[in-house]
Ligand binder design. Structure first.
Ligand SMILES: [Zn+2]
Ligand SMILES: [Zn+2]
Length: 435
């Protein structure tokens, strides 16, 4: 069997051979069903077209009016970055930085990096710094939150309906396109294809076998580019990412982050998320207070979204991760795919908790009509943002490979997708770069 393009599953450590994939096909791990690779048609052109268009839209979202607010003859126009500026002028510089980073700076860097790398691939030239930049893409990806911000804008508008007149500016239209194109770009960037196009693929060690875990063969899969190699290497021989064997040390770090999130979750619920100042006085609202306020006003959908994002998701995430840490602490006889599903869901939905923080930022920026109606951020916004960030890092630090330790046995999932354990040699076609 050809030993090109073998992978150790990043979630269960099972070694399998990637088959030749046609466009639109995906290869999944035969043991835990995690997607290992997904091939798109004309990947380079499609990624370039989407990323360049997304970058242009990003530039258009910055200068023009984003939203406007009119109340009792007072008119307020805001640009996109006023959401960050409002937090900065209310003495929450870290929150301001977080908002600017997740909606403009990091997505901008991501798009510029993608364009740079793919232009090099299309022109078939090696550009300076391409390996470090491609590694950076993997680190930046979880922190792109433009889609969450867009939902935050919609929730803020639903909260404001009836209170004041709200207008949309050109930047808002550009922002919607920017979000769509960025999400598409991220989906189209296939890490496996990208690393092959940049650095080809060194063959795995001669003793490597499929149908067993990498750890039991003294092998390790790179967490960034996926390359299978000997576990004596400290850094990946292809992308230079630090290689790590599944160790219990990761569990302690996950526990520490979870405990810190539980502690911060208390002030996040006790202190006000925001203070609304009107002629009648100041009203402070906590996370749950805000939900009840929306229920009173009859906005059940908004109340439901905020309750789910700010209450159900963080609590469920802390509980599920804590449970998985307990399971991973001792070797398991049965690590069912269901547990992996919980892990994937917590990792996927965690970032959506930022909705309420974005809602506060947008309302604070938009509603500044002096004593008639003004909104200020509360201490809970900072505490809650920290909970979201810490639980996201906890899910990244948690090593799902630990859940499968002691689980020896054949794959317990039927192969519905491309059969990655195919006995046919993966043809060169699968590894070839088709631009
Ligand atoms: Zn797997
Ligand atoms: Zn690597």
């Amino acid at each position: 069997m050809s030993k090109r393009r073998w992978r150790a599953c990043p979630e269960c450590d099972w070694v399998s051979a990637l088959p030749a994939l046609k466009s639109g096909e995906a290869a999944h791990c035969p043991r835990c069903d995690r997607e290992l690779s997904h091939r798109h048609d004309a990947p380079a052109q499609r990624v370039l077209a989407n990323s360049i268009a997304a970058l242009l839209m990003l530039l258009l979202t910055l200068p023009f009016s984003f939203l406007s607010f009119t109340l009792a003859g007072m008119h307020q126009d805001i640009v996109l970055l006023d959401a960050a500026q409002a937090m900065f002028s209310n003495d929450w510089p870290i929150l301001a930085l977080l908002i600017a980073l997740t909606i403009v700076v990091l997505p901008g860097l991501y798009l510029l990096t993608v364009i740079y790398l793919y232009v090099g691939i299309v022109l078939r030239v090696h550009l300076p710094g391409e390996v470090s930049l491609a590694r950076g893409l993997t680190s930046i990806k979880p922190w792109l939150m433009t889609d969450v911000f867009l939902v935050g804008v919609l929730v803020s508008l639903a909260k404001l309906i009836g209170m004041a007149q709200i207008g949309f500016g050109w930047s808002f239209v550009a922002f919607c396109f920017y979000v769509l194109l960025l999400v598409r770009t991220v989906r189209l960037v296939d890490t496996d294809w990208l690393w092959f196009a940049l650095c080809k693929e060194p063959a795995p060690p001669a003793h490597a076998q499929t149908g067993a875990t990498a750890a039991e063969q003294q092998l390790v899969g790179c967490p960034c580019c996926g390359l299978l190699q000997a576990d004596t290497e400290a850094y990946c021989i292809r992308c230079h990412t630090k290689l790590e064997l599944p160790t219990q040390l990761r569990l302690q770090a996950t526990w520490a982050l979870l405990v810190a999130s539980v502690i911060l979750y208390i002030p996040a619920n006790i202190y006000p998320m925001m203070t609304t100042v009107t002629v009648g006085g100041a009203i402070e609202s906590t996370i749950l207070g805000g939900v009840l306020q929306m229920v009173d006003l009859g906005s059940y959908l908004v109340a439901g979204i905020i309750f789910f994002a700010s209450f159900v998701v963080p609590v469920a995430k802390i509980l599920v991760l804590g449970y998985l840490c307990r399971l991973a602490a001792k070797p398991q006889l049965l690590a069912t795919p269901q547990r992996m599903r919980w892990y994937r869901v917590t990792e996927f939905i965690g970032r959506w908790s930022m909705i309420d923080v974005f809602v506060v930022a947008i309302m604070v920026a938009l509603i500044q009509a002096g004593v008639i109606l003004s909104i200020y951020p509360g201490a809970a916004a900072a505490a809650f943002a920290s909970v979201v960030i810490l639980t996201m890092i906890a899910a990244m630090v948690f090593d799902p490979r630990l859940l499968w330790q002691g689980h020896t046995g054949e794959p317990d999932i039927e192969l519905e997708h491309a059969d990655v354990e195919s006995t046919e040699a993966p043809s060169e076609q699968g590894a070839e770069i088709r631009l």
